[in-house]
Design a protein around this ligand. Structure first.
Ligand code: GAL
Length: 835
């Protein structure tokens, strides 16, 4: 019996599971999967990436004639397989469709639309929260996206099960294969699968069409729209491992790990006999154990979970410092042949929250030094290439962060893979705090998909919900907790509660860890009131700052980059850190935010401001000055960061700061000492200096020894461009991408701190610029362009590799400036199995 559409949707709600399904072949070297079994292989499973060669066209939310006839008549769903939409017509001419590859976010491509409010403009505009893009019900012509892809399937696929997997489509997707509506999915953040076996054309062309409707949003921040995560096609034997059907649950006791393996089998074929063979390979690549289940008899249509157990003495533990991963190869063996297999990575570590002593990882106290982040990046919006997700995690780690809150929705699977691999603790969050069937299904789908990730240390069931203090809210929270505990009893649940008066009330009773948003000054009182309740700062600090701006001018829409400005509910970084790092009962927390993101341009929530300013890093990942504050007190290296720049008017009084973790800093202007400052723990040092051009120098001492010096020199006019990239090579897989940074320098090679020159990018060779940015929270320039103005001396391009191997040369030029170029080596890699 086939997995029906209903089953597939239901399975998302109730079945069990694990990490990203399967061997994504290109990653084999990175994930060190165990070698294939030596038993004969009749393996059917093939996992093909469906990211390439799509076509896109806008539909219309209000006019069926402009929406490929979708809903033109009342009989849209009258007959299966016909009459749904002309977009599914196999012979449709695609001349006015746009060719593209996934991941894709169409909102990032749209122009900004100023507020429609007549003057005087309100102090706040709700459209500011989404970044002033024309998406939503007021914009029917840019809120429906049609995607279409044709692919061939060989005749030999007949008899296999074919399952499509969508990792994320924003939102309300209707999926149509060969004219049949094969499924739909509302949530923009849930991964889902659809069994399409019955609808495929075997030995011929298949037309896959998605109608994606972003008329309704799910958040109060920029969300993007479209197929912004990967799409896969799995070809499976009738008896196969269910989607996300492997769970390696480990628990640590003394020096030994108890690992329970649960494998969900689906038998869509006739009754048969089979066994499960599970091989675990350690972080060192050596086989730890092979477990063989007894032979099982599976009836036609049966779904069954097979459990296996192993005790692993002296396991290598996973931690942010040493993210050791085990790999599990799960095989279904039938008549001595392997007919299905899948690789799942997992880690062994223990986690515990203590109300008095905070968070413990592997028995040791670990302060959670986290940031909250939305999935949004300069140039690409929510459609972030996997390698850029990795890069973002690395950027956060560079300043000592060890934790990531995926606010306020389930993350892209590859982001969680990056956290596992690079060592980053994760607070995973569902989007909607409700116990209606669909919301619980979304929650369950997240846990089933993600529970193998050692990086995830807690499940968050909600954020700042109006119902948080009510009895009904508590009922909802307890129902959600039951779902969490049933699918994963190993992790605590939390929720982010706002407003001091709410803490401890309503939903708090259901939480294993109380998540407090902001209001740091009230944490001691809460702890006294509820000394048994573990506590974490689910959203904290939240300095608003604009990179490179040091003079406050509200009319400009920019904030200063000192750690001095924050919304009324929030605090500076220093205030947060002095509380969090010194009270053991605060497990740590998540600064709002790691990266700037589109929308919520607080404190200037109105046109023309379009991006947030909460980030420690800007939208491109360029460091703001506070980056070095966190690096000083979260990281392990000596830090001495001197700011602001040294281009002012003669005689102007300038507030000079240093973020440093050394003992003492002495400041010099053109060789004359301006005094020494003792560095107090978790604080900056500062001087008021009357500007004179030249050289400002800070010297940092530890135990009386000079350890670091930092210099700011008065820069001259823009004269040249410098290009840099933290990678030298890209994989030639049509997906790998890197951030290329541009600096505008004077003739002596000094950054020009207010340079705004327009920089044009030209790429030769195997690749292209797929987006540009500059971190300016009020820039209305296009992200999809080959040029960008610098903002305070910097801008960036996201460069993606094609397939042809060889040099990828990026040139950046600007009128009147000496241009620069950079070459990345595009390396040949075996093509990823794709359709
Ligand atoms: C919080 C909210 C976040 C973000 C932030 C801005 O209340 O949970 O999503 O909106 O405020 O300050």
């Amino acid at each position: 019996m086939g997995l029906t559409r209903r089953d597939a949707i239901k399975a998302g709600a109730t079945a069990a599971v694990a990490a990203p399904m399967v061997s994504k072949s290109g990653e084999a070297a990175e994930t060190k999967p165990p070698a294939a079994a030596s038993r004969p292989d009749a393996k059917v499973r093939e996992t093909l990436l469906l990211d390439f060669d799509w076509h896109f066209h806008f539909g219309h939310a209000a006019d069926p004639a402009k929406d490929f006839g979708f809903g033109a008549d009342l009989d849209t769903f009258a007959k299966a397989g016909s009459g749904v939409t002309s977009a599914a017509d196999p012979d449709l001419k695609l001349a006015d469709w746009k060719a593209l590859n996934l991941p894709h976010d169409w909102v990032v491509e749209l122009p900004f639309v100023p507020s429609a409010n007549p003057p005087p403009e309100p102090a706040e505009d709700v459209r500011a929260y989404h970044g002033f893009k024309p998406v939503g019900r007021q914009f029917p012509e840019t809120s429906i996206g049609w995607y279409r892809k044709s692919f061939e399937l060989p005749k030999s696929d007949l008899g296999k099960r074919l399952v499509l997997q969508f990792d994320g489509v924003f939102r309300a997707a209707t999926v149509i294969l060969n004219g049949y509506v094969v499924g739909s999915n509302a949530s923009g953040y849930r991964s889902f699968t659809l069994d399409v076996t019955d609808f495929a054309n075997y030995g011929g062309k298949n037309v896959l069409v998605l109608r994606v409707d972003a008329s309704l949003g799910e958040g109060w921040f920029y969300e993007g729209a479209g197929i912004y995560r990967h799409v896969w096609l799995h070809k499976l034997a009738p008896l196969h491992i269910a989607p996300w059907g492997v769970w390696a649950k480990s628990s640590l006791s003394g020096n030994s790990a108890a690992v329970t393996l649960a494998t969900d089998l689906v038998n869509d074929g006739p009754a048969t006999k089979a066994r499960i063979v599970s091989t675990i390979t350690g972080p060192d690549g050596r086989v730890v154990t092979t477990l063989k289940s007894p032979e099982l008899t599976l009836h036609a249509g049966e779904k069954r979970t097979v459990s296996q157990f192993v005790s692993m003495p002296q396991p290598k533990l996973w931690s942010p410092e040493d993210p050791a991963l085990y790999h599990l190869r799960t095989e279904i063996e039938m008549k001595g042949k392997v007919i299905d297999d899948q690789i799942t990575s997992f880690g062994v570590r223990s986690i515990r929250f203590d109300a008095e002593k905070g968070f413990f990882l592997n028995g040791k106290p670990v302060k959670i030094k986290g940031t909250c982040n939305h999935q949004d990046h300069a140039g690409v919006g929510s459609a972030i290439p996997d390698s850029l997700l990795d890069w973002r995690i690395q950027k956060l780690k560079e300043f000592g962060s060890n934790a990531y809150r995926s606010s306020h929705n389930p993350a892209t699977p590859e982001l969680l893979d990056a956290c596992d691999r690079l060592g980053m603790l994760v607070m995973a969050e569902t989007r909607r705090m409700s116990s209606d069937e669909e919301s619980l299904a979304d929650l369950a789908a997240m846990i089933r998909r993600d529970r193998n990730h050692p990086s995830i240390i807690m499940w968050s069931i909600g954020n700042e919900e109006p119902q948080q203090t009510t009895e009904r809210g508590a009922r909802i929270a307890f129902t959600m907790k039951e779902v969490c505990n049933a699918l994963d009893p190993t992790r605590p649940i939390t929720a982010a509660m706002n407003g001091v008066a709410s803490w401890g009330k309503g939903i708090c009773a259901a939480l294993d860890v109380m998540g407090a948003n902001y209001h740091i000054e009230n944490l001691p009182e809460f702890h006294q009131r509820m000394p048994q309740k573990p506590l974490i700062g689910s959203e904290t600090a939240s300095t608003v700052s604009t990179r490179g701006v040091y003079v406050r001018d509200p009319k400009s829409g920019y904030c200063v980059a000192y750690d001095t400005e924050f919304p009324s509910w929030a605090s500076s970084a220093e205030t947060w850190m002095r509380a969090a790092m010194t009270h053991s009962y605060i497990s740590g927390g998540f600064v709002w935010t790691g990266f700037d993101y589109r929308g919520e341009p607080t404190p200037f929530n109105r046109w023309p401001n379009v991006s947030s300013q909460f980030g420690i890093l800007d939208t491109c990942g360029f460091a703001k000055d506070n980056t070095y504050y966190y690096k000083a007190w979260w990281g392990s290296e000596a830090v001495l960061h001197l700011f602001p720049h040294w281009n002012w008017t003669v005689g102007q009084k300038v507030n000079v700061w240093c973020h440093s973790n050394l003992d003492m800093v002495e400041l010099f202007l053109n060789g004359t000492s301006l005094g020494q400052r003792k560095v107090e723990p978790l604080k900056h040092v500062e001087w008021d200096v009357v500007f004179a051009p030249g050289k400002l120098e800070a010297r940092g001492y530890k135990n009386g020894q000079l350890v670091l010096t930092a210099v700011r020199e008065t820069a001259g006019a823009p004269a040249q461009i410098r290009l840099s990239c933290d990678r030298q090579a890209l994989k030639g897989d049509r997906a790998d991408a890197a951030m290329v940074a541009v600096e505008i320098l004077d003739a002596q090679g000094r950054l020009v701190p207010d340079a705004n020159n327009l920089v044009r990018f030209k790429v030769e060779g195997a690749g292209a610029v797929i987006g540009v940015g500059n971190g300016d929270p009020r820039s209305h320039e296009a992200d999809k362009a080959d040029s960008r103005a610098a903002f305070n001396g910097l801008c960036a391009a996201v460069v993606q590799a094609g397939v042809a191997a060889g040099a990828l040369r990026i040139e950046a030029s600007s009128p009147g400036l000496q241009s620069a170029s950079l070459s990345l080596n595009v390396q040949p890699v075996p093509p990823r199995p794709s359709l």
